[in-house]
Design a binder for this molecule. Structure first.
Ligand SMILES: Cc1cc2nc3c(=O)[nH]c(=O)nc-3n(C[C@H](O)[C@H](O)[C@H](O)COP(=O)(O)OP(=O)(O)OC[C@H]3O[C@@H](n4cnc5c(N)ncnc54)[C@H](O)[C@@H]3O)c2cc1C
Length: 266
């Protein structure tokens, strides 16, 4: 699929070769956005930030013992040997906060998997992220290696939950973290928002919210548009409103990532 701004409108070319003309295209199509490629053809892809995040969500009732952690949520963060573990208790699927009936979530940041990402085709030779280690895609050898590392470094409190999450290919996923700093959000009648516009580290805790703010700004500008005015001028106002904050946020993300890589020795 591709999009081309024609000045008076946008031409969309679908995978099957069919074409459609539309007044405007708003690309909320994620970190590998095709709309971004048309807006910034010289700078189309997000770059690997140097680490991936192993993620798991575990039913507490499958553990031998409940996690000794308050029922009212909270977040636990630790860095050991350069690895970082973020873990928390969540309500059970039925809403229960009772220990033994909750869910345990963890995110394990890992700077040592560049070769794995290259081998699995997630990371290109020139450092762009083009895929992710989705559930069901992670080899047993990788999971065994993680389990052995977990036993060596993660505290008793979270260890069983992490080992349980790692043991099943269906619960473990690995997300390579990418970053993208836009020079522009708009070209004519094309605009990008959300991860299509900016990709940042989850350590900022701000990716989803920033995308929602983009959408809200765009919706308000479109709703108050002069019916005789052009879409391109509305999109240009959107870019003026959002670009400085977004660029600052990506800079912030890059600083956090650099600091983590430095501490992790990656
Ligand atoms: C490990 C990890 C942890 C995170 N933690 C947090 C957090 O704690 N807080 C937070 O705020 N953010 C967090 N984020 C970031 C957050 O997940 C993203 O910022 C958010 O999901 C981006 O939403 P989006 O709709 O822009 O993009 P996406 O969620 O990627 O959605 C894009 C959609 O577009 C679809 N699409 C793609 N191409 C096409 C096409 N050609 N045609 C039609 N559809 C298409 C895709 O299928 C997808 O459904 C985290 C991200 C990661 C990787």
């Amino acid at each position: 699929m591709s999009v081309t701004d024609l000045g008076e409108g946008v031409e969309i070319t679908f995978e099957d070769g069919k074409k459609q003309i539309t007044p405007v295209v708003l690309g909320a199509d994620g970190y590998r956005s095709v709309v971004r490629r048309a807006i910034a053809p010289d700078h189309p892809y997000a770059r690997y930030a140097g680490y991936l995040v192993w993620r798991g969500l575990v039913e507490e009732r499958t553990l031998k013992r409940p996690v000794p952690w308050p029922s009212d949520g909270g977040l636990w963060i630790e860095i050991i040997d350069g690895y970082r573990l973020v873990a928390a208790t969540l309500p059970g699927r039925d809403g229960s906060l009772v220990p033994g009936h909750r869910q345990i979530t963890f995110a394990w940041f890992d700077v040592h998997k560049e070769q794995l990402l290259r081998r699995t085709g997630c990371l290109t030779l020139d450092g762009h992220i083009v895929g992710s280690l989705a559930r069901g895609m992670i080899d047993e050898s990788v999971r065994l290696d993680l389990a052995s590392r977990a036993r060596a470094i993660w505290p008793e409190q979270w260890l069983e939950a992490v080992l349980t999450g790692i043991s099943s290919p269906e619960t473990l996923s690995g997300a390579p973290i990418a970053e993208y700093k836009p020079e522009q959000l708009v070209r004519g009648n094309l605009a990008i928002l959300g991860d299509a516009a900016h990709v940042i580290s989850p350590m900022t805790g701000r990716g989803l919210l920033t995308g929602m703010e983009d959408a809200s700004t765009l919706a308000q500008l479109l709703a108050s548009r002069n019916p005789k005015g052009s879409f391109a001028s509305v999109l240009s106002s959107y870019e003026q409103a959002r670009l400085p904050f977004i660029q600052g946020l990506v800079n912030h993300s890059m600083r956090i990532s650099a600091e983590y890589r430095r501490r992790a020795g990656g």
